[in-house]
Structure formats: structure tokens, C-alpha cells
Design a binder for this molecule. Structure first.
Ligand code: ADP
Ligand code: MG
Length: 468
């Protein structure tokens, strides 16, 4: 019998609500963590994007949050971006309805007066980005002294974005009896420091889908000089379904969105210069399928939850291989098929090669006709000269790795956005491990070649569960 939410300790009425919401079976990271987090332990969990972390922490919050008073919440959920905070709040809301908890969400770009107003009523759970939360505390509108349950979501990203000092100040302001749940794509580096300093005897769980689970995401590196990119993008989009196109700058996103509209593609831009309302609208229109392509910058796109994006297009090169993995993680989520295309100018080839090496992907560029994007077998990339002798990087086995068995995961090219509802949890039987407080001895393989985070198929030194 497969494990159910009930088996893991979820209450019958919440289980019923989950069923209504379409969550019939726990995803692996939920299965791994819920027993411990519902039992009151500190938990640190490492799992890739799209693995279902939100529900993994929303359930314990909904089930165990105490009653707050005006300005004094009992639980705090910290997220790096506004989008992520509001999506977390959306997951939490129907669960709190069942348990009678009250939540409020605070993030920048919205009226602080409205926040101040809301803080006059009872609040049990605060979902927030660090910046706005500190603002509200500084104004004396909010105090964290009664907070005895904290969730840090996307802890690695918060560290990347420079929020660690704020996160530490906020944690220091919560109750000393607090317990802390930490979720992250990686648990090393700065995150490990947070774990050591703020968690007590934490149970560590790691989950990563094995390589072959990621075979349903295809990564294509395509030679494309800048002047060709707009036209090529239009052509690719004309034969794909929904897409997120990444640009480096906000201005670039706006310009490309406009140009593509002129070319007949429906687009919406999402970046930091747009108001919260504009972003939400863009996201909603995209989710409803009213626009085909979302043109996004990295920060704005982080944590966006739109299922079944058919295509991720790196119009501008990602700044780091980590960004590549994060961006690419927008497609192939929750078992859906996905295609990732990188546009590479000649002078960017070295940079891409380095990244491919870091991510243990088959090296080189694809020399493709557009038609082949929909073909069953994706030809191997042409390796750069220094790899042809088969020395390093992917080595001779690379063909196998990049398209196992030349396989059958055909993308139904060009059609709409079939919702991938059935069988979401299937085939995700990844590898996992748990350990209680191995402290510094539970650490990842380090360096850039980690597969844990995402969809870039990686050699994944063991692919998973690296508990040493
Ligand atoms: P993460 O935070 O790990 O990136 P999310 O929490 O956003 O992942 O979950 C990814 C997607 O999977 C969401 O669309 C979510 O609704 C869906 N999902 C999560 N848990 C389940 C479940 N048990 N059954 C079905 N779908 C789920
Ligand atoms: Mg998440």
C-alpha cells in the first residue's frame, strides 16, 4: 500500500481538504519529512525545485500553529521573493481554513499602510520576505517574540540574494523555544551555517530525483548570434506551447516582450520594475493560458509555480550555472515533459562549455534544424575541439547520459498546454536519505556539479543522498 497523508500523521479533516485540492498522495519529500515535522522536530530538507516542498511545510504549520494576538504572530514563514511568499500563502490558506488559523502575507512593493492596518487584527501565521518584515518590526507594528515555529523556504536562495543578515536578525528575535524547519535546494555553504546556528538536533532529509527521472527534460544549446535571436525565438515559440523566456535585464525583458508581440506571439513581461499587481496579473494570465510566453528576469522568475511550462528559453545567458539550473527548473516540473533551449553566441561558447562541464552535461553545441526540436531522438551536441579526444567532461558515455536509450519521451510538439494531472507522483521515486544531526558530516558533494538542484541532467555523483 502506498503511504498516505494519514499515515504520516496528517489529521483526517486536513486529509480531506488535501483530497479536495487534488493532493491524493504525498510526494517523496513530503513523505520523508512530514512524520518528523508533525512530531515537532527541527527538520532540514534538501530537495530540488518542483518536488513539493511548500506542502511539506504548510501542513505542519497549519496543524501546529498556536493562536497569536494583534501584531504578535506564532509562526513565521520566510521566503526570498514576493512571488514565492504569495504562492506559499496560497498553499497555506485552504489548510488554515480547516484548522482555523489566520495568516497574513507581507512583502515589498505593496502598501505598507495596508499591512499596518492588517496587523491590528489577530494574526497566527506571517508569511513574508525578510525586507518588508524588518520594516514592520522597525515601525513597532509587529513583534516576533511569540513565534515558536519558523519555516525558512529556499534558504539557499535567501543566502544568494544577500538576505542572511536579515534572516539571522529575524530568527534571533523569535522565541528561544522556537523550532525551525528549513527547506532548500542545497544544504551546504551558508545554509549549513544557518542549520548549525539555529536548529536543534535537526533531522536531515535529502531527496533528489535520479538522473533518469530527468530524462524528460531536453537541453539544447543552439548557436544564435544576437541579431538573430528575436526571429529565432519567434520561430521556436510558434512551434512550442507555453514558454518562459529569460533575459538578463528588465529593459531587455520589456523590449523582447514588445517585439514578440509585434511578431504575433502573446507575451507578458515579469521583472522587478513592474508593480506587484502587474506581476500578479502577468502570472495569472500566463497560468490561465492567455499568454503563451512569459518574458522574465531571474529574480522575478524565482519560485514561480506554473505547471507544465513546455519550454524554457535562455535568450540571454544565465549568470551562473546555478541560475541555469534554477531557470531550467521551470519546465519538466512534477513529471511533465520539458525542453530547455540556450541561445549561444560564438563568443559565449567557452562560457557555456564551462557550464556544461560543471553540470556534467554532454558538452558542445547542437546543430539542429528547428524540426528536430520535436523529434524523438535529439542528436548529440557537437563537442568543442578540446573534448573530441574524449578526455574529460562527459567522456565516452555521454550519449547515454544525455538521451538514455534514444528514448521514447516524445514531446507532443507544438500543441497547447496539456495539464499533467494524472500520475504526477509517479515515476518520481527518487533517492533519499535521512539522518539525525550528522552536523557537518552530512554535506553535499560541493562545487557546481551538484545535481540535487535540478533539471540539468547531471552526472550526479551518486545522484542523490550524499550523506557522508
Ligand atoms: P517546490 O517548492 O519544491 O519547488 P512546490 O511546492 O511548488 O515545489 O510543488 C510543485 C508542484 O507540485 C505544485 O504545483 C504543487 O501543487 C504540486 N504538488 C505538491 N505536492 C503534491 C502532491 N502531494 N500531489 C500532487 N501535486 C502536488
Ligand atoms: Mg518552493
Amino acid at each position: 500500500m502506498p503511504t498516505t497523508f494519514l499515515d504520516l500523521g496528517v489529521s483526517p479533516d486536513l486529509n480531506e481538504r488535501l483530497r479536495e485540492l487534488g493532493f491524493t498522495r504525498p510526494f517523496p519529500i513530503q513523505e520523508l519529512t512530514l512524520t518528523d515535522s508533525l512530531a515537532g522536530n527541527d527538520v532540514s530538507a534538501e530537495a530540488p525545485t518542483g518536488s513539493g516542498k511548500t506542502l511539506a511545510f504548510a501542513l505542519p504549520v497549519a496543524m501546529s500553529v498556536g493562536r497569536g494576538t494583534p501584531g504578535r504572530p506564532r509562526a513565521l514563514l520566510l521566503a526570498p521573493t514576493r512571488e514565492l511568499a504569495s504562492q506559499t500563502a496560497e498553499t497555506l490558506a485552504p489548510l488554515l481554513e480547516v484548522t482555523g488559523g489566520r495568516a497574513a502575507t507581507f512583502y515589498g512593493g505593496t502598501s505598507i499602510n495596508r499591512d499596518l492596518q492588517r496587523l491590528k487584527g489577530r494574526i497566527d501565521v506571517v508569511v513574508a520576505t525578510p525586507g518588508r518584515l524588518e520594516d514592520l518590526i522597525d515601525r513597532g507594528a509587529l513583534a516576533l517574540g511569540d513565534v515558536d515555529l519558523v519555516v525558512l523556504d529556499e534558504a539557499d536562495r535567501m543566502a544568494d540574494m544577500g538576505f542572511l543578515p536579515a534572516v539571522k536578525r529575524l530568527l534571533d528575535a523569535t522565541s528561544p523555544d522556537r523550532r525551525t524547519l528549513l527547506f532548500s535546494a542545497t544544504l551546504d555553504g551558508d545554509v549549513e551555517v544557518l542549520i548549525r546556528r539555529y536548529q536543534v538536533d535537526p533531522v536531515t532529509h535529502r531527496f533528489a530525483t535520479p538522473e533518469q527521472d530527468r530524462a524528460d527534460v531536453r537541453h539544447v544549446f543552439w548557436p544564435a548570434e544576437r541579431p538573430e535571436r528575436r526571429r529565432l525565438t519567434g520561430r521556436i515559440l510558434s512551434r512550442s506551447g507555453t514558454a518562459i523566456v529569460f533575459t538578463r535585464t528588465k529593459h531587455g525583458a520589456d523590449r523582447l516582450a514588445k517585439q514578440l508581440r509585434q511578431d504575433g506571439v502573446s507575451t507578458a513581461a515579469i521583472h522587478g520594475n513592474r508593480s506587484q499587481r502587474q506581476r500578479e496579473q502577468a502570472l495569472a494570465r500566463f497560468s490561465r493560458g492567455e499568454v503563451q510566453a512569459l518574458i522574465a528576469t531571474d529574480v522575478a522568475a524565482r519560485g514561480i509555480h506554473v505547471d507544465d511550462v513546455d519550454l524554457v528559453l535562455h535568450y540571454d545567458r544565465p549568470a551562473t550555472e546555478k541560475d541555469y539550473v534554477h531557470r531550467s527548473g521551470r519546465t519538466g516540473r512534477a513529471g511533465a515533459l520539458g525542453l530547455v533551449v540556450s541561445m549561444v553566441a560564438e563568443e559565449e561558447a567557452d562560457e557555456h562549455h564551462r557550464m556544461q562541464h560543471q553540470l556534467a552535461m554532454a558538452p558542445g553545441m547542437h546543430d539542429l534544424e528547428l524540426d528536430l526540436l520535436d523529434a524523438e531522438v535529439l542528436p548529440e551536441p557537437t563537442p568543442p575541439a578540446d573534448d573530441r579526444r574524449g578526455g574529460r567532461g562527459a567522456g565516452p558515455g555521454s550519449g547515454q547520459r544525455s538521451r538514455p536509450g534514444g528514448n521514447t519521451q516524445r514531446r507532443g510538439g507544438g500543441q497547447g498546454r496539456g495539464r499533467n494531472t494524472g500520475g504526477k507522483g509517479n515515476g518520481r521515486g527518487g533517492n533519499s536519505s535521512s539522518s539525525r544531526n550528522n552536523g557537518s558530516s552530512t554535506r553535499g558533494s560541493g562545487g557546481g556539479a551538484r545535481g540535487a538542484d535540478g533539471n540539468a541532467r547531471t552526472r550526479a555523483r551518486g545522484g542523490h543522498a550524499r550523506t557522508r
